[in-house]
Design a protein around this ligand. Sequence first.
Ligand code: TRP
Length: 450
Amino acid sequence: MWSSKLGFILAASGSAVGLGNIWGFPTQVASHGGAAFLLVYLVCVVVVGFPAMIAEITIGRRTNRNPVGAFKALSDNQFKYSLIGILGVICASMILAFYTVVAGWTVSYVFAELFHFLGLAHWEHYVANTQHGFINALFSIIFMGATVLIIVGGVTDGIERATKFMMPLLFMILLGLIGYVLFQPSAGIGLKKYLIPDFSKINVSLIFSAMGQAFFSLSLGVGGMITYGSYLSKNENIPEATAYVVLINTLIAFLAGLLILPAMYIAQAQGVTIFGPNGQLLERISLIFKVLPQLFHQLGGVTGFILGIVFFFLLSIAALTSTISLLEVPVSYAIDEHHLPRKKAAILVGMGILVISLIISFDISLIGLFVKIFNNIGLPLGGFLICMFLGYYWKTKNAITEMEAGYPGIRQSVFSKVWPFFIKVITPLAILYNLLNALGFISYLKNIFT
Ligand code: TRP
């Protein structure tokens, strides 16, 4: 169990804050029309993410189980409901497979910055190459190894302690870099793009990506928050704790955009090619790995060196607290449902997923495919089923009773009137729209009626 409310909030934020915030979010903003994306993203966080996270955490705390066991426990062992958990276990594993490769880059760039400072240009270019299969594989192995080690060692102490000082440090370094960036010429173009919405940019594909991003960034849809909720003590206030997690996660993503959007234009002014002839982003997957080193090198000297190293190091830690939560989903399943000892489960599952990471290492275009299947379809599908299960099978009144333990006045609150309506109607409908869209139904219908 988490040692305190703060412990839970930090651990859950540690899961949420990761590559999704600093690598995914700014890239999505840049490729989907700037501020318009930010705006729709915020709506998705409030309408879909916040209610769905409360649902997952409440299911976890009620059952004290891994995602598969949780649905079994709430449905008298009915196999069809445990499928929701199984879907989550599969999606978490597949997301972890590509996440590990990108997380490996954050470590390799710590070395790249070091080599740059030492003037070892050859080594720098060797390590800072996101296309290099062998380098990708090497750093994926290192990253998966670290993740497995922490999971084996029992997580609560490790995750809690690490996030307690890493998160504030990451926050401060982001602020510092933003301060620097905003005073650079050509930062203004990026800032305008990021903050002044062009509503004509809002279309189906933007809404679709914004909701996917909200799910991914908040670690929803695979039962990750069910697992973390299962370690939460009964006297904590779930809606309040969730609100903190959502706020922290949104703030970090917002700050990452405030850093990277301007930095893109600064890097471009320095001769780094970022946009193609039609203004489209050239390399989405490796965008921040092109833009940020440029910034650190422009800063130069010891300051640039220290900021570069510390930034990529913190990003590695942020990614690590996320890979831990991803691996914990299949591992807790293997421990509870297949009675493996923790150590064996972590090593076996970790190695299995690493095999897929190694394949991706040698062809990083696979990342796009994985994102399409597991992030864009798997997560919303999982989130939809979780909402439907809670709303129509387990029933929101039972969830409210579970929350009452740490929130005595809940029955008189506005929350207890609004949240059930969201979980039963608004949130699943919003997700359903997205899912139908992902499967091509919306354009199919459009063709029929026009
Ligand atoms: N939220 C993390 C990020 O933004 C990634 C992550 C961790 C995740 N656990 C998850 C995504 C569970 C989906 C499901 O980087």
